[in-house]
Design a protein around this ligand. Sequence first.
Ligand SMILES: NC(=O)c1ccc[n+]([C@@H]2O[C@H](COP(=O)([O-])OP(=O)(O)OC[C@H]3O[C@@H](n4cnc5c(N)ncnc54)[C@H](OP(=O)(O)O)[C@@H]3O)[C@@H](O)[C@H]2O)c1
Length: 251
Amino acid sequence: MNFSLKGKTAFITGGSRGLGKAITMALSEAGATVAIVSRTESELKKTAEEIEENGGTCHYSAVDVQNREEIEKFAKELFEKTGSIDILVNAAGINRRHSFLEFPEDEWDQVINTNLRSVYIVSQVVIPYMQKQQYGKVINIASLTSELGFPNMAAYAASKGAVSQLTKVLAVEFANDGILVNAIGPGYFKTELTMSLFEDEEKVAWMKSRIPLKRIGVPDELKGTAVFLASSASDYITGQTIYVDGGWLIS
Ligand SMILES: NC(=O)c1ccc[n+]([C@@H]2O[C@H](COP(=O)([O-])OP(=O)(O)OC[C@H]3O[C@@H](n4cnc5c(N)ncnc54)[C@H](OP(=O)(O)O)[C@@H]3O)[C@@H](O)[C@H]2O)c1
């Protein structure tokens, strides 16, 4: 069994903060050269410095995941520098909360484009590099809402349900190229995305009451699953969404 990512290159969208950052740190700690994109240069720089301080290598660029040309440019430069792109983590995501009948069209589009269309764009750009190598591991970030319906989450849940389905289609389409495609479905973790929920004590109590492990997860608890899915330890697993949720979905 091999969990090492030495010699591998990982491209992580949304790797500058939150869950994407925890995953980036994990892949770096396991030996991968990491490359991160998000829109905020200062956060990217800070994360890259942390990785370099720990002895890792981190490339970064302030890129919007909805911009195909910028993604193409970054992926090409990365491939030229490192000679391979072995791992892709699609972690960039946003949420907007509105009741369904009041959901503004522009915000609907923002959520769907950031959470779903970006997975289509970035995967379409990066997978051809993996095909050249006949090797690759793609990890999409799904959500409890890939399975469950929560109020005021229409666009987010629709995007995350679709991410799980897209994971299955890509797994089937690229199985013969040695490219394995899985997703991680996090439960609730405290990040910028969920901050407003954690300010509401009643909401926190409700969340804990739904979780068999009776506590909220911390982003570092995604690290093991990310390294597992990125490494050869998971070489017979494809098309799955693995939930890291303290047991929420099974109770
Ligand atoms: N936190 C949770 O409980 C939870 C649960 C289930 C799933 N998730 C998923 O986990 C992923 C990470 O979320 P998080 O909780 O860590 O949120 P977060 O702290 O807000 O991080 C989101 C990341 O995505 C980037 N991003 C957003 N829009 C982007 C765009 N258009 N182009 C490039 N980068 C973009 C952000 O950077 P910029 O804003 O600087 O661009 C940031 O790096 C998301 O897919 C989210 O849906 C989170």
